[in-house]
Every structure is written in structure tokens, then in C-alpha cells.
Write a protein that binds this ligand. Structure first.
Ligand SMILES: *Cc1c(COP(=O)(O)O)cnc(C)c1O
Length: 366
């Protein structure tokens, strides 16, 4: 029985009261004013000029690719160590994800390795800021400019994380966030695109609403489908946004407490994390004993989760990347373990997890 889950969402009366009063107000539930309000909050929080809500982060990535006119046969550089959504969003529109190994110090896509993967068909770099960390974003932008690539930032795990004080997701042509149940804050499912480009923002709004130029119109001069959000979810999102600053601070404190508690455990390493800029989404540790540690913790009722398998090893992509090697992604994937990371976690629970990990290493190496 799991006592301390790896992750759980955090709602209280604020969300249930807001949903109740919204339902009593006679709202249409579908996307309307509450979604606009949530979008404005996201603009204020991230500093982006435009924010557009959509059904989820994966569709957000797909809309970004469509808005940039990336087409069948084009190639997009994607990290090998990320959630499958990145590569699959590229595949969904008929383009090819060109996988690239990561850097050991940030676990983000390695620009040196990316150089080797550029072909005449490469149109975009999808840059995932894994767990709220990034490399030097100025270098990422320069790399894209030099190679004539659109920069799409997958900041699904980076709400509340910055590079030198500028919010991640706002460096490229477009950035996306996710509000699935696992993420920093949640609307169950949900995604947002952010951009400073008026034309791209307009294009995304058309793409997600049947190509309409204004609500309710049945004249279609542009392509579009239906990837709209709902006001009912936005009501929850607005309440979650109000708690965001507190939760981000809590994420930082949780990370710090784990680091301090585990600093004597030499078999565990952490990725160097600057807590001024990064609010770690999850607590990630790296150890050669990831599997057996996870099993030991499970017996104590402590939930963990292994970090992603490298995308090139997934069966759906296996054939396309035969013979290619991604040593850093492979190593960190084999060693990565996500510890309990909900912002609901109490200090007592953190200390219990730390104690169990210390015990495990005593038991294993006595
Ligand atoms: C969660 C996540 C996504 C997908 O977001 P959904 O809202 O679940 O579709 C994409 N990229 C990364 C890095 C993620 O963590």
C-alpha cells in the first residue's frame, strides 16, 4: 500500500467553491470568459504577450508546429530524454523527430550533438526544459538563428522556472505548458501556448477554432479544427494559479530538504540546480541502484517513478534510430528516479523518505 505517493494533485475548498459558483452562474461550460481570464493570468505570470489555452500540452506542441507551417517530411530536433509527447507531436503532423542526445549537466538537448543532426529538411528545434532546468538560453537562440530554425520550447515541466530571471517558454517563437494532473498546477487536462508574436497568436486561435476569425462565424477562409479549452476547467485553473507562488516556493523547499537529507549518501547524485531560477517539478536523483531502491521504497509504502526511457529505445521509434547512440540519455535514464514530489508533501513525509533511502544504502552496503 502506497502511503506517500510519487505525485498527487492538490485541490481544496477554493476549487470546489469556484466550480459551484460558476455552475450556479449559468455559464456555458465551454471556452469563454473564464478561459480569457486564465490566459491573462498566464501572460502576467510568464511575461508573454499572448497565452492561448488548448486541450493539453501535446496538442499545444502540435498547434505550435502547425502554426509554424512545419509539414510532412520536415524534420524537428527533439531531445532523446523526454516525455514521449515531444516526439509524438512531431510524428502526428507527419514530420520526423530527429532525436538528439542530452548534456549531462542539465539533461537538456545538447547543441553540439544537434549540429550533427541538421539536414536540409530541419525546420525547428523543440527544446524541452526538463524539470525546470535549461542550458544557456542565449546559446540556444543563437543556434536556432544561425541554422534558420524555429525555436519551440516545451516548458510543460517549467511553469515557475526561469533562465536569468526570464520565464522559460518565452525565449523562442512559441512555448507550451501542460496542466495535466501530474504537472505543477493542474486542470485535469490542459495546455497553454505562449508567444510574443501577434500573427502566430492569431493563427493558433484560428487553428483551434475551426479557422474562424471570430466566435460563432461559419465562414472559413482558414484551416482549423477544434482544440478549444473549457471554462469549467479554467475556473479550476484560476484557483490553481492563485496558489502558484506558494507552491513554487514549496517545491524549492522540498528539493532543498531532500538534498540536505541525502548529502551523505555518496551513491546518489543530483543535477546541479540553481533554485533562484528553477522550481524543480519533480525531485530527481541518479543512482546505479535505481530499480532496487525503487522496490525497497515501494515496500515501505513510498511511491517513486523511473525517469523516461530514451525515446530511441521505444518500440514505436526503435527501427528509425537503429545504430545511433545516445550515451548520456541512456545513462541518466538508467539511473534516474523520481522521488515523491507533490507540493502537498509534508516535512515529516520528506524525512521519512530520506530515512528509508539512508537505511537502504546501509542495508545494501553494510
Ligand atoms: C506532460 C508533458 C507533455 C505533455 O503534456 P500533456 O498535457 O500531458 O499532453 C509534453 N512534454 C513534456 C516535457 C511533459 O512533461
Amino acid at each position: 500500500m502506497i502511503k506517500i505517493p510519487q505525485m498527487e494533485p492538490w485541490f481544496d475548498e477554493a476549487e470546489s467553491n469556484a466550480v459551484k459558483s460558476y455552475m450556479q452562474s449559468g455559464g456555458f461550460v465551454t471556452e469563454f470568459k473564464k478561459t480569457q481570464e486564465l490566459e491573462k493570468m498566464l501572460c502576467r505570470f510568464t511575461g508573454a504577450k499572448h497565452a492561448v489555452m488548448t486541450v493539453n500540452g501535446t496538442v499545444g506542441l502540435m498547434l505550435a508546429l502547425l502554426a509554424l507551417d512545419i509539414k510532412t517530411g520536415d524534420e524537428v530536433l527533439v531531445s532523446d530524454l523526454t516525455m514521449i509527447a515531444c516526439a509524438n507531436a512531431v510524428a502526428l503532423i507527419g514530420a520526423k523527430p530527429q532525436l538528439v542526445d542530452v548534456e549531462a549537466n542539465t539533461l537538456c538537448l545538447d547543441l553540439e550533438r544537434a549540429k550533427e543532426k541538421i539536414t536540409k529538411k530541419t525546420r525547428s528545434l523543440m527544446y524541452v526544459t526538463l524539470n525546470g532546468r535549461s542550458s544557456d538560453m542565449k546559446r540556444v537562440i543563437q543556434f536556432c538563428q544561425k541554422n534558420n530554425l524555429f525555436l519551440i520550447e516545451d516548458a510543460a515541466q517549467s511553469l515557475g522556472s526561469y533562465y536569468h530571471g526570464k520565464h522559460l517558454g518565452t525565449f523562442g517563437q512559441m512555448g507550451i505548458f501542460s496542466f495535466s494532473t501530474q504537472k505543477v498546477i493542474t486542470t485535469g487536462q490542459g495546455g497553454a501556448l505562449v508567444t510574443n508574436d501577434d500573427k502566430l497568436a492569431q493563427k493558433i486561435r484560428r487553428l483551434k477554432d475551426f479557422g474562424r476569425d471570430k466566435g460563432g462565424s461559419d465562414i472559413h477562409n482558414f484551416w482549423g479544427w477544434n482544440f478549444k479549452f473549457t471554462d469549467l476547467q479554467s475556473v479550476i485553473g484560476i484557483e490553481q494559479m492563485k496558489k502558484l507562488p506558494f507552491r513554487l516556493q514549496r517545491k524549492k523547499d522540498i528539493y532543498q530538504r531532500f538534498r540536505n537529507g541525502l548529502k551523505e549518501v555518496k551513491k546518489i547524485s543530483f543535477i546541479e540546480t540553481n533554485l533562484e531560477d528553477t522550481s524543480p517539478w519533480f525531485i530527481d536523483i541518479y543512482t546505479k541502484d535505481a530499480d532496487s531502491l525503487a522496490a525497497y521504497l515501494a515496500e515501505k509504502g513510498i511511491g517513486t517513478r523511473r525517469i523516461y526511457p530514451p525515446i530511441h529505445t521505444q518500440k514505436i521509434y526503435g527501427e528509425s534510430y537503429k545504430g545511433a547512440t545516445f550515451p548520456i540519455a541512456q545513462k541518466y535514464s538508467q539511473q534516474g528516479l523520481w522521488l515523491p514530489s507533490s507540493s502537498k508533501l509534508t516535512n515529516t513525509e520528506i524525512d521519512e523518505v530520506v530515512r528509508s533511502i539512508v537505511e537502504y544504502y546501509k542495508w545494501k552496503f553494510h
